[in-house]
Ligand binder design. Structure first.
Ligand SMILES: *Cc1c(COP(=O)(O)O)cnc(C)c1O
Length: 400
C-alpha cells in the first residue's frame, strides 16, 4: 500500500470497529444510565447541595470499597487532590519533585502550587509511565543522600518526592518504582487520575503511594461533573486531608476558628450525588471499555506500521484512553492521520506536549527524555467511551 493511503486505511479500520454511522464519534463521553437523575434530584430536594450532605460520605465510602483504600477524601478536582497529596507528603518550597515529562499538565502544575520545582523523568515504552531503571541511572548520577534526605548535587535542592502517573489507565512498573523510592528515600505519590479500575498485580492503583489522587472530570472513567479524591491508608494523613480541604476550620457549632491557611477544596454534595450513581456502574463501564479495546486490538493486529497499545503483562488496565503507536518510520504520518480521522468525525488527538516544551517548565531540571520524545511523536488516542463497547444495534438512520 502506498504511504499516503495510511491515514485512509486507519480511518477505515476505526470506522469498522466503531460501526460508524452518521453521528460524530467523540474521544470520551460519559454514560448516564443508572440512578444519576434520582440521586441528583434527591440532593436538590434535600436542599443540601454544597458543603454539607450525606452523598459526600457515601461517595467516599464507595470509593474505599471499590479501590481497597482505607480512607478517601473527595475534593473539587483531580488537580486539587494532587496539590494536597504533595503538601501532605511533605513537599517543601524549593524542593524538586520527580514527575513524568509525558503527562497532563496538572501533574507538574501541582508541584508548582507547592512552590516546588518539577524534575522531569523519561518514560518506559512498555507502560508509557516513568521508566524506573532509567530513573535509577539518573539518580545515581545526580543524587547524594545526607541525613536520609536525597539532594540534587547539581542544584543543591532536596528531592523528597516522586509522582508516578498511570498513563491512559495503564499501571507503571510499581515494584521497580518502589525499589528506587527505597534506595533514594523518596515518598511515592500516585497520580491515579486516569486509572480508577486499573490494577497492578491484582491490587488497585493508588494503593502503592503514601497518597494518591483520583479525578472525576467529565472525560474520566466515572464522573462527578468535576471532582477528585485523595486516597490514603494513613489515618493521620486522611484527617489532615479533610482538615486542609475544608478551610482548616476547627469543628464548632458556630465559631469560625481556623488553625492554618486551608483550602476550599471539598467536593460539593451535588457532585457527589452524581458520583454515587456513576460508581454503582463502574464494573459495567470497565467491561464495555475492555470489550472495545479487544475489538481495536484485533482490528489493528494486521495493520503495518502501527500498533494498538495493550496493558503491560503485570497489569489489568481500565483502558481509559485507547492508544495507537506509530512505528518510527511512520511518525511523520501522525498529523495526516489526525487530520483524516477528525475530518471524518472520529475524534482523535495526539499525546500531551511534553512538559519540558511548555514555556513555564522549559528551564526545569530533567533527565534524557528520548523515549518520551519518541512517544510524543507517535501516540494517537482514539475514541474510548464505554458506550462504544456496546454490541452494535443498527438504527433506521444508519440503513444504507
Ligand atoms: C485528569 C487528570 C488530572 C486531574 O484533572 P482534573 O481535571 O483537575 O480533575 C491530573 N492528572 C492527570 C494525568 C489527568 O489525566
Amino acid at each position: 500500500m502506498h504511504e499516503n493511503e495510511k491515514p485512509k486505511e486507519i480511518t477505515s479500520v476505526l470506522k469498522t470497529v466503531l460501526h460508524k454511522g452518521s453521528e460524530p464519534v467523540a474521544l470520551h463521553e460519559p454514560l448516564f444510565e443508572g440512578r444519576e437523575q434520582d440521586y441528583v434530584k434527591d440532593c436538590l430536594d434535600s436542599g443540601y447541595v454544597s458543603s454539607i450532605g450525606s452523598y459526600v460520605n457515601q461517595f467516599e465510602t464507595a470509593l474505599c470499597r471499590f479501590t481497597g483504600a482505607i480512607f478517601a477524601a473527595a475534593v473539587v478536582n483531580g488537580t486539587a487532590a494532587l496539590q494536597i497529596c504533595l503538601k501532605l507528603a511533605g513537599v517543601q518550597p524549593g524542593d524538586e519533585v520527580l514527575v513524568p515529562a509525558l503527562s497532563f499538565v496538572a501533574t507538574a502544575n501541582a508541584v508548582c502550587y507547592c512552590d516546588a520545582i518539577p524534575n522531569l523523568v523519561d518514560s518506559d515504552i512498555d507502560s508509557l509511565g516513568i521508566n524506573a531503571d532509567k530513573l535509577d541511572g539518573y539518580l545515581k548520577e545526580i543524587a547524594v543522600i545526607r541525613n536520609r534526605i536525597c539532594y540534587n548535587k547539581r542544584t543543591g535542592r532536596p528531592i523528597r518526592t516522586l509522582v508516578v502517573m498511570h498513563t491512559f489507565g495503564h499501571p507503571v512498573q510499581l515494584d521497580r518504582i518502589l525499589r528506587v523510592c527505597d534506595d533514594y528515600e523518596l515518598t511515592l505519590i500516585e497520580d491515579a487520575a486516569e486509572s480508577l479500575g486499573s490494577y497492578y498485580k491484582n491490587i488497585h492503583t493508588g494503593k502503592f503511594g503514601k497518597l494518591a489522587a483520583l479525578s472525576f472530570n467529565g472525560n474520566k472513567i466515572v464522573t462527578t461533573g468535576g471532582g477528585g479524591a485523595i486516597l490514603t491508608d494513613d489515618e493521620y494523613l486522611y484527617r489532615e486531608a479533610k482538615h486542609l480541604t475544608t478551610t482548616a476550620k476547627l469543628p464548632h457549632r458556630w465559631a469560625f476558628v481556623h488553625d492554618e491557611v486551608g483550602y476550599n477544596f471539598r467536593m460539593p454534595n451535588l457532585n457527589a450525588a452524581l458520583g454515587c450513581a456513576q460508581l454503582e456502574q463502574i464494573e459495567k463501564f470497565l467491561c464495555l471499555k475492555r470489550a472495545l479495546a479487544e475489538e481495536y486490538e484485533k482490528a489493528f493486529a494486521c495493520i503495518q506500521g502501527i500498533r494498538f497499545f495493550t496493558e503491560p503483562s503485570y497489569a489489568k488496565s481500565n483502558y481509559w484512553l485507547n492508544t495507537l503507536i506509530l512505528s518510527e518510520e511512520n511518525a511523520l504520518l501522525r498529523d495526516s492521520i489526525l487530520e483524516e480521522t477528525n475530518r471524518q468525525d472520529i475524534q482523535t488527538r495526539p499525546a500531551w506536549t511534553l512538559m519540558n516544551r511548555l514555556p513555564m517548565f522549559r528551564d526545569c531540571p530533567k533527565m534524557d527524555l528520548s523515549t518520551a520524545e519518541s512517544l510524543e511523536r507517535r501516540i494517537i488516542n482514539i475514541p474510548s467511551s464505554a458506550k462504544l463497547g456496546k454490541p452494535f444495534v443498527p438504527s433506521e438512520n444508519d440503513a444504507p
